[in-house]
Design a protein around this ligand. Structure first.
Ligand code: C2E
Ligand code: MG
Ligand code: MG
Ligand code: MG
Length: 282
């Protein structure tokens, strides 16, 4: 176990040394051990074509099976993982495990699905990320265009020309890029214009409020129109009601993801879900 009194990390392109409060240090040690002990696993949430109802992708989401606390959701540990740099090995594991799983699905709809993997800005900027993606694709045999890298807007905040070049280089591998949680945080229309993205994910907080809340409707419909004009495929996340789905469909949204259709599931449960399911228009 390395000494973790201080952590070195990058923010706004500048190296920082972070001294963590004792409880966070202890938590960081636990996280580090959890990586070594392989206490993480992935769940997969279906992404459906809003017109045909076809399963087109799955988003891989990390979970921590804590020996004492049970299943810990990512909101509880991604922040500390980022601050400590542990997100780099953790994220590397996620990428490989997700690609391995999806490449192993050889029949039915799952043999064609894309897999979306969330990549932290810190992981994205870490040395060797591009080479690692290439290595994972080679080792797992997954077709590059079946991997979608989901980046939150904060990954683009310091996008200068070099930042865009980095994303262009990833695109050269053939992978797809998604802008996650669009509309919250560091929304900037210049990113939307400049980033070589393929998918735009409308944040759940907007989806929650439509139809019905006029101001959220205005923002949501504007995001969809803008995204479509920039040739993004539009994904609505957090769809929980049929009224939301109908409204999003009327706007021309392409894909949906949400509890209305399915919660994130472990691989075996997802396989059963796919077997039991009849594809029909949503
Ligand atoms: P995200 O990438 O925006 O993922 C969508 C989150 O919304 C997931 O939460 C998912 O379970 C949840 N969700 C999906 N449909 C619904 C719905 O209809 N209603 C509601 N209320 N929630 C819904 P989860 O799995 O807890 O993940 C939270 C966040 O943690 C993710 O947001 C992502 O930012 C981060 N995360 C998850 N896995 C990873 C990972 O492997 N690496 C990194 N860097 N971040 C991850
Ligand atoms: Mg995501
Ligand atoms: Mg999201
Ligand atoms: Mg979100």
């Amino acid at each position: 176990v390395v000494s973790i009194m201080t952590f070195t990390y990058y923010r706004k392109g500048v190296m920082h040394e972070q001294v963590l409060p004792p409880e966070d240090l202890a938590f960081a040690s636990e996280l580090e051990a959890a990586i070594a002990h392989q206490e993480f696993y992935l769940v997969y949430q279906p992404q459906l074509d809003l017109t045909t109802g076809a399963l087109v992708g799955v988003e891989a989401l990390i979970r921590w099976r804590h020996p004492q606390q049970g299943v810990v959701p990512p909101v509880k540990f991604i922040g500390i993982a980022e601050v400590t740099g542990l997100i780099v090995p953790m994220g590397a594991w996620v990428l490989k495990a997700a690609c391995q799983q999806v490449a192993a699905w050889k029949d039915g709809a799952l043999s064609q699905v894309k897999v979306s993997v969330n990549v932290s800005p810190i992981q994205l900027r870490s040395a060797g990320f591009h080479a690692y993606v290439q290595q994972v694709l080679r080792e797992t045999g997954l077709a590059a265009d079946r991997l979608v890298i989901e980046l939150t807007e904060s990954a683009f905040v310091h996008t200068d020309d070099k930042g865009t070049a980095h994303l262009q280089a990833l695109k050269q591998l053939g992978v797809k890029l998604a802008i996650d949680d669009f509309g919250t945080g560091y929304s900037c229309l210049a990113y939307l214009r400049d980033i070589p993205g393929d998918y735009l994910k409308v944040d759940r907080s907007f989806v929650n409020d439509v139809p019905g809340k006029e101001r959220s409707e205005a923002v949501t419909s504007a995001i969809v129109v803008l995204g479509k004009n920039l040739h993004y495929q539009i994904v609505a996340e957090g769809v929980e009601t049929q009224a939301q789905a109908d409204y999003l469909k009327s706007l021309g949204c392409d894909l949906v993801q949400g509890y209305l259709y399915a919660k994130p599931m472990e691989a075996g449960v997802l396989q059963q879900w796919v077997r039991d399911r009849q594809t029909q228009p949503l």
